[in-house]
Design a protein around this ligand. Structure first.
Ligand SMILES: Nc1ncnc2c1ncn2[C@@H]1O[C@H](COP(=O)(O)OP(=O)(O)OP(=O)(O)O)[C@@H](O)[C@H]1O
Length: 264
């Protein structure tokens, strides 16, 4: 578990996920789309890693490969020693849309991964998580009765209920208003500090990346390559008001200058 005032994850932590020379070309009717080119990253256990880069630079392509949802054209992704070629019970994914089934109430949405695995739901763990994210008492509500932020909280509970060790988050708060996004950033930071999960988080927001990350991987425009890896050695827990401090704003500006905004 990361120390409360520690900064960047300890480089002595074991490598949790190893991405080696990952490349991906999508084959389409109009030809190949080279989405990802020779990307290598060692994600350390318990690390909060943000992926940042211009639209279309292959961030989701990389994350989907890490989730085992599609293959690479070249290269490998490992969880420990295990190559990831299919979805893995240790790896959970959270998307921009909460993807709750509209005809199921909250409780039955959260139980879905257990049903897929033909396991009895871990009710004690689910209850604890619901309390943790402030959704206690909403178990019987349907997704349409919940705000966007509440739906995303529910999707976080659904992912954590099966106790994965890696959480892949594809722009999870991108569709939320600024206040709710701040709340969710605080919540995910707290959950990460409490659980020591390894988190890989895609965002378009430089400020969000600086707020959340131990390290930021800045990717270049298509084909996606690693342009820079930046340590964020700000003490934790990081309060929202940190985002207006001169040091924080300087870090954001420095990263902004690194990002290549040419269209992909
Ligand atoms: N299934 C697919 N078939 C063909 N091309 C694809 C497919 N999925 C993604 N691409 C293309 O691959 C490139 C990388 O896409 P990807 O979604 O990984 O980028 P991204 O960095 O996540 O983008 P954004 O920030 O806009 O979400 C883009 O040019 C995209 O159009």
């Amino acid at each position: 578990m990361p120390a409360a005032t520690g900064a960047v994850v300890d480089a002595r932590n074991p490598v949790k996920m190893k991405i080696e020379n990952a490349s991906k070309v999508y084959h389409t009717r109009s030809g190949g789309v080279h989405a990802l080119d020779n990307v290598s990253i060692d994600v350390r256990e318990g690390e909060f890693l943000c992926l940042l880069g211009p639209s279309g630079c292959g961030k989701s392509t990389l994350l989907w490969s890490m989730a085992g949802l599609h293959g690479l054209t070249d290269g490998t992704i490992r969880l420990g020693d295990e190559p990831i070629t299919n979805p893995h019970p240790e790896i959970a994914m959270i998307f921009q849309e909460a993807n709750l089934l509209p005809w199921r109430n909250l409780e039955r949405n959260i139980q879905l991964p257990f049903e897929i695995k033909r396991q009895a739901p871990d009710r004690a763990r689910i209850e604890k998580l619901l309390r943790r994210v402030g959704l206690e008492g909403f178990e019987n509500k349907y997704p349409r009765e919940l705000s966007g932020g509440m739906q995303q909280r529910a999707s976080i509970v659904r992912s954590l209920a099966v106790d994965p060790s890696v959480l892949l988050m594809d722009e999870p708060f991108g569709a939320l208003d600024a206040f709710t996004r701040d709340e969710m950033n605080l919540l995910i930071q707290e959950i990460w500090m409490e659980t020591g999960k390894t988190i890989i988080f895609i965002t378009h927001s430089i400020a969000e990346a600086v707020f959340l990350a131990d390290r930021i991987v800045v990717m270049s425009a298509r084909p996606g390559r690693i342009a820079n890896i930046i340590d964020v050695d700000l003490p934790r827990p990081r309060p929202v008001k940190l985002q207006t401090s001169p040091d924080f704003l300087e870090r954001v500006e420095a990263i902004k200058a690194m990002i290549d905004h040419r269209p992909a």
